[in-house]
Design a protein around this ligand. Sequence first.
Ligand SMILES: [Zn+2]
Length: 474
Amino acid sequence: MKAVIYSRISKAEQSEFSLEAQVESCQAWIEREGYELYTVYTDNGFSAKNTNRPQLQQMLADLKQKKFGMIVIWRLDRLTRDTIDGLNMVKNEFKPNGVDFASVNEDIDTSTPDGYMMFTIRLSIAQNEREKIAERVMLGMKARARKGLRPNASVPYGYNLRQDLSLEVNEEESEVVKRIYQLYLEGNGINRIANILTEDMIMTKNGRVIWGDNVVLNILTSPTYYGANRMKVKGSEEDIIVRDMHEGIVSESLFDEVQHIAQRKRDKKMTFSSYDFPFATILKCGECGSNYYGQQRPTNRGGISRYYRCRSNTKKKECPGSTISEPKLYVLFRNFLDQFEFSTNDPQTNLDGKDVTKEIKRMKKLIEDSSVKKKNYTRAMGSGKLEYEMFLELMSEENEKIEKWKSELDKLDKLVPNTNRTKGDVTKLLNELRNTWDDLTHGERKIIVQRLFDAIVIKKEENIWSIIGFKLAD
Ligand SMILES: [Zn+2]
């Protein structure tokens, strides 16, 4: 595959490090990884303050024409001044054009699934860091904003205006607001929600009974509803959010969840049913072998409860497998990760899976023996040595047994560990996952968990959950 090098040096940096050194280390990387060098783009004497650099623009144009499949740089700051901008350029411009990216100095290489995974983890941590800094800057803004009035004069639905111009929850209207959030979380669109409210003859703030889409949209997207004010700041592209300005009607986490769903709907990345549950489909029921699926519902306090449920646990078919809340599952999974590191030091456990293989052999043998029996019964019946009634009874007995063993076998197959990845790789990924878990979104957790595992089997015994088996992905 063809690879290109991008290098840049500003006027101020001329003495610090040379273009040659950048290109040389990129070249060495390209050779080592087995790519073919297509060309080198060099912006000499340009700073990274914007992307108005002739050779960078040329590279982006060539990229769209698919002239190469890999971009190699010496360090991210050659591309953009800000790490996050650089990582976002990779995610939003390189990757969608099928072009991979490597930064020699930062050990980034998006061309393998594991490498890309590490890359997204880094991006999300960098973004998180930036948000923390922004939060600190905002504290100052907040102090000033407290002295001021509301950013705009109209009174939002769900609230009354006090004498001092602060907001106070309107009990009756706030119930409608909660209902709107609940309806949205349950999968209803903006238009459907507006229709429901109109049908129920609920009054809007200005005394109308027809709810427009815009009114509903505003309620679902305004930070007012978790107690914050959104303010425009002169000279800044981003709005400032000032929290704790008044009593919220929904929690901030519920609000965020709604924004996240809306974004994914806009991106056409999901239907409601395929929502970001990290363990959806790979989590298996230790009672019946079915998949667990994720569900969520609003709680009375305005938060969200997320949980997993066995697919066979319905009104028709009843599996004794219990429902597990997401927080409980996370605790279980993290304990599992902790123990996993320990057991990988001992190569004979978990990754090896000898006992499972033995058990599979035994099941197969039982099924085979049973088939032989069935043949014998058929022969005996054919030659008149066995009554037809008796024959039917014996056959159904054997069939029942075979059925049972086969489902047992299915379960066991899912437990057979896979050793295509080296233990070192797995340990590295699991460590990364454990260390970054709290910083990741549901979606990012899903990418990583599902890249690592094909199956995780859980079971509750005497009120204690445990992971009774797992299968690593290829
Ligand atoms: Zn089940």
